[in-house]
Design a protein around this ligand. Structure first.
Ligand code: COA
Ligand code: AMP
Length: 636
């Protein structure tokens, strides 16, 4: 099939508003928009002002009304517990209604924020939808974050309620959420008076009198009740999702209701070639943008079935789990991070498990979240015999900025490239002074404003931070903070971040926030954290510490304390396991730490002596410290 991509992209270019007006016809609106796009709204404009809609109605009710009540909306498959359940659209509607009743009874109202701190259980999606139903704004916090991170989010979002599970389940380990929840509530300046706790059998939870409500009992008591869908503005926030910024203060990415509905519904057909009735599996976590967009929302917007998987690609119980899930639930599209495939490939390089399952339902594998290395793509192509599609996006965009759009007919694959920009994204490459670079030259990847529907309209309560972070450096453009290339055929290549974000197993982490934690250790004078290449996780953090003069304690003990401190303050997901003591850190004459050069040394990449370096000998010391510890592999 020849690809319709070029025509569709041109359609958008020639009439962006007409394009997004036509896409919006797939959505049920309770009130039409006055304008498709209002460019006068700060910071850069708003989609569908004047329109009203309800995200939950579009995800659930309308499918029940139109005869899909008996179809599975969610398939919960828990490889960690060996359990699961299918939830039809009709059953999902009942569960969402009951929870919405519990929330409204407790005074949660339109515009109020609700934090969701839950494991990968269907109730987490029910909670998101129940908030959407009543017009409350949810903010899901990933379970791998520790109390301090949760407290930071509580203080920023100021929720009226927290919905939590008593625990998360990691292979061989029950992660009790209650102590973290209690600590976070205690630490936060904003006081949360009400928590709804889903008690899981693996972790009993003593309810705090006057604060905690038992989820199961409350929902059972509200069973059968109906709560009407609130008519919210298309421009009202649906959710806030915090993501790593360049400081310890995470950025509250805002997603609105209308634009999100339109772009995500459009992407299901055009990008993923998925229609109503198909089974779609995003093997991610609802704590991340992928999980929000493609576990909880987009498949439901179009009446597809979404798989919610609790487990890991390996170790729950083996490297065949993904194939079991695909075969058992007849998954058509799998979407995950390359790391998951690297983990499977490592355990089962020959793909022996693959042959033991019927994978005939699978038509596509989509990868995103980090650079997809060619070895992994080729391995997956060969073993699965389906197209393996790398696509590029960010928490901020909420959907693919570049992809090989399966639903429009695939373009030729170029390894190392997530292919071409999606309609809505005018992607360009600029040099540091803001001038376009020549085709094929490396530069800053930017998107000409306005961003398309579903992209963040702003940061939560922080328009100025939004402008500073994304709009100030290249006026008229959104700064992606990715560096890369666009080739002569218009294919985009993402090479690296231009800020201090690193990508660890597809998880976005800020080295700056880890440095803040290390600096708080009483014996640490200064520090630098860099991301170094890792065969499995893509990158892992490596922290260099310089001890205060006069410290006589063993450096190894202090390093261990630093590792423990990051785990305690940020959480296990930071995967911070390497702290090394250095005598000094390499700096420019103006005092800027040369993190980029340190990273190249660790990854055994070629590097040039920075012209502005203060003392070149320090780089030899860094190399010696790394060599002594056997740290660093050549970047692949
Ligand atoms: N709650 C509590 N702890 C969690 C957690 C959660 N929801 N998720 C992860 N953790 C913990 C892990 O147990 C691990 O702890 P440890 O240091 O005690 O081993 C730590 O955080 C790091 O987790 P992770 O980076 O996931 O490493 P892992 O070794 O457990 O698993 C992979 C490695 C590759 C199997 C795993 O990262 C994976 O499946 N990745 C798929 C990619 C993905 O989901 N990306 C999301 C964006 S698409
Ligand atoms: P997150 O906000 O967690 O989705 O992380 C977004 C960042 O992950 C991007 O800015 C990129 O640096 C990186 N990323 C996401 N997808 C890809 C991809 N397909 N190829 C390379 N990098 C990617």
């Amino acid at each position: 099939m020849t690809s319709r991509y070029a025509q569709v992209y041109r359609d958008w270019q020639s009439d962006p508003e007409g394009f997004w007006a036509r896409a919006a016809e797939a959505i049920d609106w309770s009130r039409p928009w006055e304008q498709v796009f209002d460019a006068t709204h700060q910071p850069y404009g708003r989609w569908y002002p004047g329109a009203e809609c309800n995200t939950c109605y579009n995800a659930v009710d309308r499918h029940v009304e139109r005869g899909r009540g008996d179809q599975a909306a969610l398939i919960y498959d828990s490889a960690v517990t060996g359990t699961g359940r299918k939830i039809t659209y009709a059953a999902l509607l009942d569960e969402v209604n009951a929870l919405a009743a519990v929330l409204t009874d407790r005074g949660v109202a339109r515009g109020d924020r609700v934090i969701i701190y839950m494991a990968m259980v269907p109730e987490a999606v029910v909670a998101m939808l129940a908030c959407a139903r009543i017009g409350a704004v949810h903010s899901v916090v990933f379970g791998g974050f520790a109390a301090h991170e949760l407290a930071t989010r509580i203080d920023d979002a100021k929720p009226v309620m927290i919905i939590a599970t008593s625990c998360g389940l990691e292979p061989g380990r029950v992660v009790a959420y209650k102590p973290m929840l209690d600590k976070a509530i205690e630490q936060a300046a904003h006081k949360v008076s009400s928590c709804l706790i889903l008690v899981r059998p693996q972790q009993p939870h003593e309810l705090v009198a006057g604060r905690d409500i038992d989820y199961a009992a409350a929902v059972a008591a509200a069973s059968g009740r109906k709560v009407p869908c609130a008519n919210v503005k298309a421009t009202d926030p649906l959710y806030i999702l915090y993501t790593s910024g360049t400081t310890g203060q995470p950025k509250g990415v805002v997603r609105d209701n209308g634009g999100h509905l339109v772009a995500l519904a459009w992407s299901m057909g055009a990008v993923y070639d998925t229609a109503a009735g198909d089974v779609f599996w995003a093997a991610s976590d609802i704590g991340w943008a992928v999980g929000h967009s493609y576990i909880a929302y987009a498949p439901l917007f179009i009446g597809a079935t979404s798989v919610l998987f609790e487990g890991k690609p390996v170790g729950t119980p083996d490297a065949g789990t993904f194939w079991r899930v695909i075969a058992e639930h007849k998954v058509k599209v799998l979407f995950t991070a390359p790391t998951a495939f690297r983990a499977i490939k490592k355990e089962d390089p020959k793909g022996t498990f693959i042959g033991t399952y019927d994978l005939s339902s699978l038509q596509y594998l989509f990868l995103a979240g980090e650079r997809a290395d060619t070895d992994t793509i080729k391995w997956a192509e060969e073993k699965l015999g389906v197209p393996v599609i790398d696509h590029w996006w960010q928490t901020e965009s909420g959907w693919a900025m570049a992809a090989n759009p399966a639903g429009l007919g695939m373009l030729p694959v170029k390894y190392g490239s997530p292919a071409v920009p999606m309609p809505g994204y005018d992607v360009q490459v600029l040099d540091d002074a803001g001038h376009p670079v020549k085709r094929g030259e490396l530069g800053n990847i930017v998107v000409k404003l306005p961003l398309p529907p579903a992209c963040l309209p702003t940061l939560w309560n922080a328009d100025q931070r939004f402008r500073d972070a994304y709009m100030a450096e290249f006026p008229g453009y959104y700064k992606t903070a990715d560096a890369g290339i666009i080739d002569e055929d218009g294919y985009i290549y993402i090479m690296s971040r231009t800020d201090d974000i690193i990508n660890v197993a597809g998880h976005r982490l800020s080295t700056g926030s880890m440095e803040e934690v290390l600096s708080s250790h009483p014996d640490v004078a200064e520090c630098a954290v860099i991301g170094i290449a890792d065969h499995l996780k893509g990158q892992v953090p490596c922290g260099f510490i310089v001890l205060k003069s006069g410290v006589t304690r063993a450096a190894a003990d202090i390093e261990q304390e630093c590792v423990a401190l990051v785990r305690e303050r940020i959480g296990p997901v930071a995967a911070f396991k390497i702290a090394v003591t250095a005598k000094r850190l390499p700096k420019t004459r103006s005092g800027k730490i040369l993190r980029g050069t340190m990273q190249k040394i660790a990854d055994q990449e070629p590097w040039n002596m920075p012209a502005t370096i203060d003392d070149p000998a320090i780089l030899d010391e860094i190399k010696a410290v790394l060599n002594a510890r056997g740290i660093g592999i050549p970047a692949g």
